[in-house]
Design a protein around this ligand. Sequence first.
Ligand SMILES: [Zn+2]
Length: 113
Amino acid sequence: MSVRFIFRCQFCSDQPDPLTQVNLEKAMRENTWGAYQDALPGRWLVFHARGLYGSPRYACREHRGDLVAYLRQHFGTIGYHVWKRPPYPSSLAHSDTDHAWIAATRRQGGWGS
Ligand SMILES: [Zn+2]
């Protein structure tokens, strides 16, 4: 069973095109926080939040600047992550992320047990 995430821009409730949706779903697998990420080809902006930043944030191409401003206004005093300047990476993937994802998937699926 696959999980389907619903992504909406927090400013206009727009939803991503199918390809951007795929990349947003990939972004959700990133084992990171406090980082911006581009979701192509629609140029959505993801902010990996968690911890003190709360839940993850998304914004469409038109509102990505608004998202950065919003985060800096709300979290600018408690964390330096929100001050990071573009360009933002379109992928944060690295081997640790893949290992973490595979480990989590195995635990659920019970392969090899
Ligand atoms: Zn928007």
